[in-house]
Design a protein around this ligand. Structure first.
Ligand SMILES: C[S@@+](CC[C@H](N)C(=O)[O-])C[C@H]1O[C@@H](n2cnc3c(N)ncnc32)[C@H](O)[C@@H]1O
Length: 292
């Protein structure tokens, strides 16, 4: 690959998906795009770039798909799910007792292990949630991973990563060498394709937003921009959950870390007040909420 091709691919990927590749990532582009060239019957990356420049959207789509990292597993990092079960949900049950509804957004849900981990946690507390309206929305840039997530079908290897055996037995059925998560758990998760670089204000407001292990691929300005827009749709007493290597610190004043709760963030009062004053918070209940 010659330098202008590399620069072109870097720019297109950043514009479309936010992926910020440093100048030393030529090997990564080559290793991921050579299979695409073979699949499309192209002579190499030079011809691939020519097709992209000629406006071949199918090729562009495949390039973006090939360059995104979809790595995920059930109950990834464990701690966020402990927080979810032991702290976030008990507080939601308390502060939403009148409304009896909860909305959760999994903003880069990949192949479904994250949203289904959330769904299984909620199913485990179904007695407390009886009569509640529960929504889990899983979105991702990639239509391929959304299709896999919708199917809820996983390999033996995938169900062995992070999923406690009791949950495998309870919530999955075996189909040959594969495992499918039960229909009632699948039905708890709605799916939709969504690019975090685009406007997502139409989704409404959420009590909890999981946005984990996706912003690490973006540059600082893009992260800050996404944080500012997330702050507008998380409830003032809601929670943003980030990945283990991610933080808002130094990037935005729209969220502050919750002390003693690693990976959890709350919109700052200033943001909540501004939205409330502007009428932007449709489902605002109480400014006082979780005790973190
Ligand atoms: C590494 S996975 C993380 C999955 C899951 N959140 C977790 O932590 O296990 C990152 C996901 O982000 C998605 N992604 C990348 N860029 C995106 C964008 N601009 N908008 C929405 N999703 C994006 C990828 O398709 C991929 O499925």
């Amino acid at each position: 690959m010659i330098p202008p091709e590399f620069e072109y691919l870097r720019r297109v990927l950043k514009d479309i998906s936010g992926l910020d590749l440093s100048a030393d990532k030529q090997y990564l582009i080559e290793s991921r795009l050579l299979p695409v060239t073979r699949k499309c019957g192209l002579s190499g990356i030079g011809e691939l770039v020519q097709k992209m420049k000629a406006g071949c959207s199918a090729i562009v789509e495949q390039v973006v798909e090939a360059m995104t990292t979809n790595e995920t597993f059930f109950f990834r990092d464990k701690v966020p799910f402990d927080h979810f079960r032991n702290w976030i949900m008990p507080e939601i049950l308390r502060v939403r007792a009148n409304r009896r509804s909860i909305r959760i957004w999994c903003a880069a849900g990949s192949t479904g292990q994250e949203p289904y981990s959330i769904a299984m946690c909620l199913r485990e507390m179904s007695a407390a949630l009886s009569g509640w309206r529960v929504e889990i929305l899983a979105t991702d840039l990639s239509q391929d991973v959304i299709e896999k997530s919708k199917s809820g079908i996983y390999s033996q290897f995938e169900v062995q990563r992070g999923l406690p055996i009791q949950m495998l037995v309870k919530y999955f059925k075996q189909i040959g060498e594969l495992w499918q998560i039960n229909a009632d758990i699948r039905a708890m998760v709605q799916h939709r394709q969504l690019n975090l670089l685009h406007d997502f204000s139409q989704l409404g407001t959420f009590d909890v937003i999981f946005c984990r292990n996706v912003l690490i691929y973006f540059d600082q300005d893009t992260k800050a921009n996404v944080f500012d827009r997330l702050a507008r749709i998380v409830e003032p007493d809601g929670v943003l959950v980030l990945g283990a290597a991610e933080t808002v610190v130094g990037l935005t004043d729209a969220f502050k870390p919750l002390p003693e709760r690693r990976g959890l963030y709350r919109p700052t009062a200033a943001v909540a007040e501004k939205l409330f004053a502007g009428g932007g918070m449709s489902r605002l209940t109480a400014m006082a909420g979780f005790g973190g």
